[in-house]
Ligand binder design. Sequence first.
Ligand code: NAP
Length: 243
Amino acid sequence: MKLLLLAGTCEARTLAERLTGDAHFDVIASLAGATRDPAPLPVATRIGGFGGNAEQERWLSHNAIEAVIDATHPFAAQISARTQALCAKLGLPYLQLLRPGWSEAPQDRWTWVTDAQAAADALPEGATAFLATGRQTLSAFAQRIDCTLYLRQIDPPTQPFPLPRGDYVIATPPFSLKDETNLFKSLGIDVLVVKDAGGRAGSKLAAARALGLAVIVIARPPQPPGDKATSVDEALAWLERHA
Ligand code: NAP
């Protein structure tokens, strides 16, 4: 079976590893190209956007794709919605591998918001905040010049930090609880801002809990309809049923 694996998460990587050498599946992974120098995947990989809806439809047909597993990030709403709709149109089995979201413990001080702008609005006056929300969200915080903002990203920036107070923090995951705790202490962080990404990147939340920091959590966007798996094992079981 010829399978398109929409990648960009550690679950996609694990799934690619588990499918390597399985003669039943001919896997092509697809990365958006958002990270400059992504670690190679152990399957054939294309990199870059498809170029829109019609181009992606053409690509699926041209490459004789027979099923799609969408293991993109829970906040990659455009590619997921579009791919689900295209698969429905073309009659292709589509599965979204969507890891469970995070939930707060009784001692946590979390505030849930709907998007990055609402997160910026929710920052207390003069806060020192750590933004683990991706570089695309930084513009939403542009008005909060009363705050000191640290934005973590993987790639070194090509431009200076655009806000008067704060900086980029360049680092590649995974991060341990000790790493996160030391980082937040050294920067004097009092608020952590995260997306409800779910999965293993929970060390920052554990560090915030240990330090008693307030956390602003951006809720997930709506997900497309269709089959869902919450783990790589569930995705493999779905594949067995559709092979
Ligand atoms: P998005 O808003 O859903 O998609 C934007 C555009 O990026 C799509 O229209 C498509 O371009 C292209 N694209 C996205 N994922 C692709 C893939 N796997 N293969 C080929 N093209 C893809 O996505 P996003 O939020 O910008 O995220 C981009 C990638 O980064 C995703 O693969 C996601 O898994 C990963 N990521 C996102 C986040 C996040 O917080 N959003 C965090 C970590 C990783 P065309 O229209 O040109 O086809």
